[in-house]
Design a protein around this ligand. Structure first.
Ligand code: ADP
Length: 442
């Protein structure tokens, strides 16, 4: 079993991982940039090592310094968390080359899934339906026009190496195509150092539904049901829930068994998520996230599973522990992401407490939110017997949440939670744009 773990991340996810490690008796070492000295993940870990300046390319993305820190502090494994190096195949390989365990899938699997075109090929091979579109990178304009005509406008151009909702462009008609391809490919090169772009049919107002999987790398693969992440702003998730109000047992089992088939084919090891788009009872594969996800807590609550614990067991060569063999989801869980809209010092911090509430955060009174990193500062998660009660509990929790010194998106999250559309469960990925039309125009 892993005895000492280096966590190559920061913020709430680093804190989340430390918590499970402490419960399992695993010693933790965190790394931090100079801007993060004194932050919660450095304070809660058994040890913390400064690995560079505030710029993440020299700290949280600095493979050499991270691996040196792990070796110098005698760690036997590295957990990459979310973002930063978590889906970087070169990092996973370098960790293994240094003789350390990597908490995640094999480097080869990460490499394959990081290329959205290759991932689409894998899904098709496993007989999982994929969104109609190109199965190769966009070559000539002529070819792009032909595919777009075949699948029908609107289409979406995607950076094949992309992620985080960036590098996507919707094209409504043929006249826009040429310019859109050149912008998309320039953006893809700038963000992801790879200008490869592919095309998919753009579904109007679908649901984003994803299946959480766990695999031991020895052929045992289970799914823990779905998460509905349809509440998004600019393709980035804001509110997630499980189970989804639009997925019944039959659909869950169909999507779950497709997902398991794909993971078996990939020889996948660890925790991973398959993202789908759903519309009118049909679903299409979008991509695989080969890591733990920000929204994992909703699944933890409804499936009664500590996902980080399972990751650590699998990385140590052990079997998965699961409460039962069948996928049973208990009650309903809802997560709201709390994002800081401004950097600054947190002068007051009163998180919500009471029945049904969990808060994953790295904030405390006196903490500094620096402008250099992700704006996610807390996740409020509630778990109740049913969806309507979860919404009521979340509204209560967000009203209670008092963060002084910075502004957050809590007011707009409350607008969404109080909307008729969200309460009814019948909405799509354009809910945010419909509720905040003035933001769309900007
Ligand atoms: P990323 O990897 O950058 O997160 P994804 O491919 O997962 O990108 O897509 C992010 C979001 O963009 C989806 O949840 C969905 O809202 C929207 N999206 C992506 N592909 C399509 C599509 N073909 N049709 C409609 N919406 C899409």
């Amino acid at each position: 079993m892993i005895r000492s773990l280096l966590i190559a991340n920061r913020g709430e996810i680093a804190v989340r991982i430390i918590r499970t490690c402490r419960e399992m008796g695993i010693r933790t070492v965190t790394v931090h940039s100079s801007a993060d000295a004194g932050s919660l993940h450095t304070r809660l870990a058994d040890q913390s090592v400064c690995i560079g300046p505030h710029d993440s390319s020299e700290s949280y993305l600095n493979v050499r310094n991270i691996i040196s820190a792990a070796c110098a502090t005698r760690c036997d494994a590295i957990h990459p968390g979310v973002g930063f190096l978590s889906e970087n195949a070169g990092f996973a390989q370098a960790v293994r080359d240094a003789g350390l365990l990597f908490v995640g899938p094999e480097a080869e699997t990460i490499r394959l899934l990081g290329d959205k075109i290759q991932a689409r090929h894998s899904a098709l091979k496993a007989q999982v339906p994929v969104t109609p579109g190109s199965m190769e990178s966009i070559g000539s304009l002529k070819e792009a026009k032909r595919i777009a005509k075949e699948i029908g406008y609107p289409v979406i151009l995607k950076a094949s190496a992309g992620g985080g909702g960036r590098g996507m462009r919707i094209v409504k008609e043929e006249q826009e195509l040429e310019q859109a391809i050149s912008i998309a490919s320039r953006e893809a090169l700038a963000f992801f150092s790879d200008g490869t772009v592919h095309m998919e049919k753009y579904l109007t107002n679908p649901r984003h539904i994803e299946i959480q999987l766990l695999a031991d790398g020895k052929g045992h693969v289970v799914h823990l049901g779905e998460r509905d992440c349809s509440v998004q702003k600019n393709h980035q998730k804001l509110i997630e829930e499980s189970p989804s109000p639009i997925i019944d047992d039959h659909m869950r089992e169909r999507m779950g068994s497709d997902a398991i088939r794909l993971f078996r084919q990939l020889g996948y090891k660890g925790a991973g998520t398959i993202e789908f788009l759903v519309q009118d009872g049909s679903y299409w594969f979008m991509e695989v996230n080969a890591r733990v996800q920000v929204e994992h807590p909703v699944t933890e609550l409804v499936s009664n599973t500590d996902i980080i614990r399972q990751q650590l067991l699998v990385a140590s060569g052990k079997s998965l522990e699961l409460p039962d063999r069948t996928t049973r989801l208990y009650g309903h869980a809802l997560e709201c992401r709390v994002n800081a809209l401004t950097p600054g010092k947190v002068t007051l911090f009163n998180p919500p407490l009471g029945p049904a509430v969990r808060v994953d955060t790295h904030l405390f009174q006196g903490a500094t939110i620096s402008p250099f990193y992700d704006s996610l500062v807390a996740k409020v998660i509630v778990h109740t017997p049913e969806r309507q009660r979860s919404i009521d509990a979340m509204i209560r929790a967000l009203i209670e949440f008092d963060i002084g010194g910075i502004t957050t998106n809590i007011p707009s999250q409350l607008v969404i939670l109080r909307s008729k559309q969200f309460r009814s469960g019948s909405f799509g990925t354009d809910l945010h744009a419909r509720l905040f039309p003035e933001e769309k125009k900007r």
